[in-house]
Every structure is written in C-alpha cells, then in structure tokens.
Design a protein. Sequence first.
Lengths: 449, 449
Amino acid sequence: MSNIVIIGGSDAGISAALRIRELNPEIIPTMIVADSFPNFSICGLPYYISKEVTCWENLAHRTRQDIENAGINLLLEHTAQSIHPERKQVNVVDKSGAIKAVDYDKLIVGTGAISLKPKIIGIDFPGVFFLRWMPDCFKVDEFLNKQSPKTAVIIGAGYIGMEMAESLTKRGLKVNVVESADSVMPSVDVDFGIKIREMLTQNGITVNNNIAIESIDKIGDQLIVKGTNNYEMATDMVLVAVGSVPNTTLGQSIGIDTGIKGAFKVNIKMETNIPDVYAAGDCVETWHRILKSYTYLPLGTIAHKQGRVAGENAIGGNKEFAGTLGTQSVKIFDKVVARTGLNENEANKAGFQPVSVDFETWDHKVYFPPAEKIYIRVTADQKSKKILGAQILGTYKTEVSKRIDIFAAAIFHELTVKEFSDYDLSYTPPLSSPWDPVQMAVQSLERKL
Amino acid sequence: MSNIVIIGGSDAGISAALRIRELNPEIIPTMIVADSFPNFSICGLPYYISKEVTCWENLAHRTRQDIENAGINLLLEHTAQSIHPERKQVNVVDKSGAIKAVDYDKLIVGTGAISLKPKIIGIDFPGVFFLRWMPDCFKVDEFLNKQSPKTAVIIGAGYIGMEMAESLTKRGLKVNVVESADSVMPSVDVDFGIKIREMLTQNGITVNNNIAIESIDKIGDQLIVKGTNNYEMATDMVLVAVGSVPNTTLGQSIGIDTGIKGAFKVNIKMETNIPDVYAAGDCVETWHRILKSYTYLPLGTIAHKQGRVAGENAIGGNKEFAGTLGTQSVKIFDKVVARTGLNENEANKAGFQPVSVDFETWDHKVYFPPAEKIYIRVTADQKSKKILGAQILGTYKTEVSKRIDIFAAAIFHELTVKEFSDYDLSYTPPLSSPWDPVQMAVQSLERKL
C-alpha cells in the first residue's frame, strides 16, 4: 500500500488527496499544512473584506473535519522543513519546534505561490497590504475596522485588483487603481479593457494607466504613492496586487528543475525531474493547450486539475494534464468579465495570424424584458480558421461565465469558426436567442475571415 | 446567377436566405410567406399571453423591413399552391386570388409544422385552443380579455404546456395540466420530471399524470374535459399542447419522400429526393448525432441550423448538418429546466447501457450569498464511458441554460466522463466553484461506472 505525502493543503494538494481516496480508499494520504487554514478559498478573500461573506470560516471549501472525514491524514501547523529523496522522507516541524520525519513512497509538492513584492521604495510601511492568505485578509480587515481609511490606492488592475476595487468601494473608500499597462485587466485586449475601465469609472473608481509605481512615502497617517508620468497620490492605504510568484524554495533544495518565473518544471503527468516527486498548482509551470508550450498561470481551477492528475498518477495512474486555456471570469460590481484561450495580443505574440471581431447583442430575446447588452470579442486564426480565444463582458446573471465555457469547450477541441455554428446550444426566449450570442459573434467573425 | 426560391418565412427559411446573402450578396432569394408574419418568434407566444411581452410586434425576430433590407425578396400573403419540378416553377396565389409562377433554380421548402390535433371528441368547441401561430395567439388573448376565464385545462405537459401553465397562472387562471405520460416533460427522465411537477404544484398548478383525454363536452359556458382513470374536470377553457406534425402536403404532391411522422426525408446536406429541392426545419426528419439515425424534433434552433446548411448548399456549398442533440431549455416560473443528449430512458431504448447520477449542489460558492441549489442528472454509457446526456434544474439566472451547453459541447465531441474534467471552465466565487457543478456531477458519475 502506497505511502503518499502531500506538501500543501490548498487546491492542488486537496484535489490530489481526494482523487487518491476516490480511486483507492485503502490509501490514506498525509497532508502537511503550514498554517491552520487548509483548503481555504483564497478567491473568496475580497468578499470577506466587502462583508458579503459574513464569517471567515465560511471561506473554507471544506472544514478540517470534512477533510479528515474524507480519509486524509492532516498535519496542520506543520511546516515541511526539508525533503530527503535518498531516504524518501520529509522532515516537518510543528509549532513547538519538534521535528519529525514523514516517510513517503510518492511525494506531491503543492507549495503554491506567494504575492509578488515589486521593487517599490517604502513597500513595507504599515498601511501597505498584500492579499493572498487568510492572515493578509485579517490584516486588511482589521485596518479597515480600526483606522477607517477614506481612500485607497490599488497597485495592479488584474483580477484581484478589480475585485478589491469593488470591495473597498463597498466599504466606503474612494479607490484609485494604478496599472502599468495601457488598460485594465491585461488578460483581455486593450479595446475590451477600455469598456471595463469605463464601468469602473461609472462606479466611482479612478483608474490611472501606464504608470509604474516607484515609491511610497509616509507623512503622518498618509501614504504618498509616487510613480512614472508624475503620478503622485496621497492615500490612507495601499493594496499591492501585481500577481504572484511560485513558492519553490523547498523543492529547489532537492534539485527540482525550475523554469518560467522560477516555477517547477513538470511533464504532463505532473512529474518533476526528481523520481517519485510530483508537483502541481501555483508552484508549477502549466502546459498551455493552444500555445503548446509552458506558461505560468496560478489559478485555482488549474491547481485543481493538476492536483487531480498528480494524485491519480502517484498511485499508479496514467493520466495526462490536458492543458490550460487560461479560462477566467470575474464579477466586478454588476458586471462579469470572462475570457478564454488567447486574446489577440497573445495570439500575435505566439505567431498566429489573429483576426478579431467585436460583437454586441442582447443576452436573450429583447422582447422578454429586461434583456441586457452583452459584448463578445472573438479571435480566430486567419490561416487555420480555428477559434483562438474569446472575451465577454456582460451584466451579472446573464450567463456570461458559462457562455465563455462554451468557447472553452470549442477551443479545447480546436473548432473552426464555421464548425462552431454546429453546436446544438439551448434556446428559450428568456435566456438566449435561436443562435446563442456566442454563435452570432462567431458567425460575424466568419464573415471577416 | 442562381435563382433561389424559399417556401416559408419562419426560422429555416429566413436562416437559409440570410446565409445565401452572407455568402453571395449578388443573389437575391425570393421568399414565399403565406401570412403577414415573417420570422415571428413562435417561442415567444406564451410571453405575449402572459403580458410579459407588451406588444406583439416585438415578437418579430426581424421586421419585414429588416428582411427586405437584408436583400431578400419577400412575397407576403402569397401561398405556394403547387410546385412544378419539371419546369422548375412554384405557383403562388395572392390574397386577391391571382396566381403567378415563380421560377427557381434551387428550391428550399421550409413549410414548418402544424399543431397536432389529437382525436378528442369535442375538440372543435369554442374555448378549446391551440398555440402555434400568431393568429392562435390572438385568439387566446382575445378570449382571456373578453371572457375572463377563471380556470384552464392544459392538455400536454411538454415545453409549451409548461410555459402556458405559467402564462395562464400569471393571467389569474387556476390551471390544471393533464399529461398522458407518468411525469411532466417527457423529454426528461421521470425522477427529474417529479421535481418539476413539485415546482408546478408549489406555484398553484394541479398536475394529473397518466391520463389520456377522451372527450370535451360543453355545458353552458363550461367545458367538461374527460379522460382515462375517471378524469373529469369542468373548466372555462382548454389549451391543447400535445406537439406538432410536419406540414408536408405541398412537398408530398411532388413526390418528396417522407418518413417519421410524415416529415420529409433529407440527407445531411438537406437535399430531398427531388433534384434541386432542399427542405429544412420543422417539416423534415432530423439527423440525431448520438442516435446516429433520424428523428423528428421540431425546434427553432434546429430549423436555424438546417436552414443555414440548405442555404449554403443551394448556392453551391458543401456543408453538412452536424446533427442534433435535442438540446432544449425552458423557464417555468423562477426555475429553468434544460436538457441535452439522451436521457436514460431514450438511451435504454437506443441500445446503450446507460448509467445515471443525480447530483445536487450550489450554483456557486455558498459563502457568497445567495447561492441556489442546482440539480444535475447525467447519463453515460457503461461500455464506452461516453457522456450520453444531461438534465439540469435550477433557479432562473443561475446559468442553467448555458451549463447545459457545456454538456452539449462535450456530447457533440463524444467526450468520456473522465475527459470531461479536462475542460478548462471558468470560476469565480459568485458564479461557480473551482470544479463547476457540471464537472462535479460527472465526477460523481465517474465513481459509479
């Protein structure tokens, strides 16, 4: 019977453990978790800060009890200190400082990522926050409760930056978002980002683009944030949300090869170069299905998939990770932005000949009120006519996020624009049109190719 | 330059004409429409009766002007009286009774379907209605306005029956639905239908199953509806919604072969057996992608696809109809029911070895209120492990209809249950989970196979 040890209790680790239990209930995997928050939804942190989540304990995908009931041996507040591949052991240290050795036959490393800390002078001042783990979340919330800040600067207009812009606005702060790129949400094309920016502005948020923050000064209770293009803003708090970097120190110590941004190199079976050591989640390079190369994309959905593959293979399976499409969605105020595949910019860089269409229509038959406008940008390759990517912006609850998933399925199967009209999608007047908006958009793109 | 004539101005006809215009703007197709309502959304009729659609003109997918502006030659209120393949002409008669001949190089027949009129004694009494075309709709509305009926019996618990049950309830009537099958909505499995039935009951509708209606008597203003199992109900009005039959008299007169329910036989290029004559929409047999045989499924989405294929091929294209999966969705009160592929019953009949799972979860992370319960039934084949079909019931605006479309895509590509977890679907806490409910359901089914 296999002795499986998993380092890390977030998405990848839990997913691996559950898959093992599913496939072989005789195996009890051991999971080493540094803190006391296994399987917390870090995607939910902005909603705790906005108070839409009323109780932080609710953020657990599964409670400690759930995990133990599932047959997983949890070592909470145990830090994996060192790995010894030659004798197949992990040394862990508990809160008391006691060290013990945990044997493994197969090891799965899911050490995740940490917030990227950009080189900004003064970034360590009190009042400057990051948001990745529960303790970060508590710190921000405590600051809001005790200091009652009136203004915030958010550095970075990615997903977390956008969600936190809403969150802090809901807590009564006036928010200024600063982004080094020339639009918000660099994961969508610039023209599409402009629509999102307009929506932010309508919700009282100021957005400054093309600004690289260089320093933060502290004068009394005020933080003075300065950047390129003469940007200078006095604020009560700063949130740094410029992405994350893989947490790979431990794995590197045993010689696991690293690549992009220092993430572990893995093959599509989630094996590292060290025998019997797998890695999955935010700490690894991720195979991109369209680019047909590795990339770094720390997303919970991917971590779940990779963890599941690693778990299956660790107990003798032969499953391959099918690759990511970078599918993502985010709710910002009453809108949802979603994307999958490659945007035009990414497609250009990858050597495709991308052609895009911007298509605007109603989410369902306009005669059944209220219908809402939905904006779809689709990109295809001029040469192969295959759909490369899609971006959608629409009102919350107009099925934007699952509409992007129809594209995700089509791109997964490398469908051409013409074939996309063959999909037998559902229609009823209160929810769609006889050709769903996604098909109308692709038909419009077909006319351009 | 090709002379294309289309008989019928509903989904199939319009879709064919628009495809022709899209591919070759030099061709001006001629469209013969018997009434003055081209391209009306017959799926929208229940919402006109419920008064959610305030103005019947809004039910037009496109106005007469839109259609003419698109470069289509409309002959409204012209009935195609006869077809003469030997000289490639259609004889049409206008309102005045004048007959003229219209020449064609290629003819597309999209004569649609008519309401199925079951053999029920007294079915022609005033107060007994059907609902398929605009005039039907006006008749029902006029009756409601003038007679102020208090009660209605709806014969048939299919899609239109369900929508009309809601519609008439909204107009203040007490509704009794009578269905010959042992559950409502025979397009879903019985256990799933029971959930829908419960929901109807909660909305004040009485449902009687396993009853075949045999007669309608008229006593004063009351209609007495009688059926098997001693069913007897006095009511102010009756709506017969037991399906439709293809309208093929004209086509049969020139020898177009017919099959199931008398629908035209066509190949996957939408060609009939008569040279240069295509047919599409509710008047034809439809290729089923999973059954790999023909079936009869009069749905707007299918008519659009078949029309598009017929249009393309009529001007020299070589497009094949990819086949239907029977994807459908319907909103009933605050719920949505959607289905695609084969249900277990259909799969059994087709010789598969179906295994199903009933899975209940939240539409999105429950920590972000309000999350809603969603019920998913998935069926796969024990032998091939391929997903055969899915059924979903959930609250309106929980992306039920586009979630069924993810299944529709997967089934289109004949995905196995295991491969379904490879789909890179979108996640954000207010809209989904790291594994979307559809994937959780399939993973649950995987454990049973």
